[in-house]
Design a protein around this ligand. Structure first.
Ligand code: ACO
Length: 347
């Protein structure tokens, strides 16, 4: 009698317990865009009481990109979307749904997703925005994935895009050194030869909604002369508490995602964390037991671009050759809300 072959699976696909009949959700293409204008720490030294030494040692950020006056979130999103479509070899007519994650939409309504739809000519698609601050891209991936797995749609465009320079208080040294503008996009499709997005963890804690917020511009505090004079249309952040919550939430989310796939951190080829602060990334990496060479970092060039952050990093990791077919990736994010998330992807 021949022995029964025993092969250890590379990982567990947590979705296998549902009857998707071989359906998977893979990232067929990625793209990103950052504005041309570079704002260096040396320039910020001239406008607020800060120093390049402080910014680099406390955050790791050296420069960030700032969109032009007439360059909006939807423009950056559309550039990134076109690049992702090119890589995925997808035409605008093929796109069934566009989801844009952003805290800096062009305007409260219509959605930025509708404006992107018009700009890329994807006139057949549905379109909506999703708001989960810096965690928005993973939230959007998980939402988009549902439509692919349920066979509702074949091609979903997921975008993280921000023009944070419009909500940053350029007189507040506590926050203005941290943020930048940009966009990243991914095309989701069923790819029978890949497991694709294996799992995505999403979390939130509204009890800590006062750690990062912008009070003005919504129904609670519409724009008035007083609200503008009170600088309530700018982002406010309690940095220290945010830092602690970020490290804890990112560690927990990442561990939960790995547990679901029954893999150890050493199996991950590339960890792509939210690019907010080098010290947060180092602390999370250490708690996860990751090696520095596993972690992708580009925050020195762009700062924190919120929902665009991991989307831009994913694009750069793929196009720089850091990620090859079959590699396992771990994306992990954290943002206002509070919100957080982690995703494991077989590339
Ligand atoms: N230049 C010089 N000094 C500064 C600057 C600056 N740009 N900013 C703050 N300081 C000063 C402070 O005033 C303080 O001075 P004091 O001791 O005299 O009061 C001192 O530096 C230390 O300030 P801390 O707040 O203790 O600095 P910390 O080490 O915590 O770093 C930082 C601050 C970088 C903001 C950090 O807390 C952080 O990164 N927090 C997390 C941010 C984050 O992850 N956000 C993600 C979500 S964002 C979103 O969802 C949109």
């Amino acid at each position: 009698m021949s022995p029964i072959p025993t092969t250890t699976p590379k990982f567990i696909n947590p979705r296998a317990k549902f009857n998707f009949q071989g359906r998977t959700c893979s990232i067929a293409g990625v793209g990103s865009y950052v504005p041309a204008r570079v704002l260096t720490n040396a320039e910020l030294e001239k406008s607020v009481n800060t120093s390049n030494e402080w910014i680099v040692s406390r955050t790791g950020i050296k420069e960030r990109r700032i969109a032009a006056k007439d360059e909006f979130t939807s423009d950056m999103a559309a550039h990134a979307a076109r690049r992702a479509m090119e890589m995925a070899r997808v035409t605008p007519e093929q796109i069934d749904l566009i989801i844009v994650a952003s805290i800096t939409p062009d305007m409260p309504f219509p959605s930025t997703a509708c404006l992107v739809q018009q700009k890329i000519g994807a006139h057949r698609s549905a379109a909506f925005d999703l708001e989960a601050a810096c965690a928005g891209f993973i939230y959007a991936l998980e939402v988009g994935q549902q439509f692919i797995m349920s066979r509702t749609y074949d091609t979903v465009m997921v975008i993280g895009a921000e023009k944070l320079s419009t909500i940053v208080d350029w007189q507040d040294r506590n926050t203005c050194v941290l943020f930048g503008d940009g966009a990243g996009a991914a095309i989701l499709q069923n790819r029978p030869n890949s497991h694709g997005l294996l799992t995505a963890v999403m979390g939130a804690d509204g009890r800590k909604s006062d750690l990062i917020f912008m009070a003005g511009g919504g129904s609670r505090c519409p724009a008035t002369a007083d609200s503008i004079a009170g600088r309530r249309h700018y982002l406010k952040m309690e940095g220290k508490e945010t830092f602690k919550s970020a490290v804890q939430a990112m560690q927990t989310a990442a561990q939960e995602a790995l547990r679901r796939c029954q893999i150890d951190i050493s199996r991950i080829k590339c960890i792509i964390p939210h690019q907010a602060n080098r010290r947060i990334i180092d602390a999370v990496g250490e708690r996860l037991g990751a090696k520095p060479e596993q972690i992708f970092i580009n925050l020195h060039k762009y700062g924190n671009t919120s929902a665009a952050s991991v989307a831009i990093a994913l694009d750069e990791a793929v196009h720089s050759g850091r990620v090859q077919a079959g590699d396992l990736l771990l994306l992990v994010v954290f943002g206002a809300g509070l919100t957080w998330g982690a995703a494991v992807i077989e590339w």
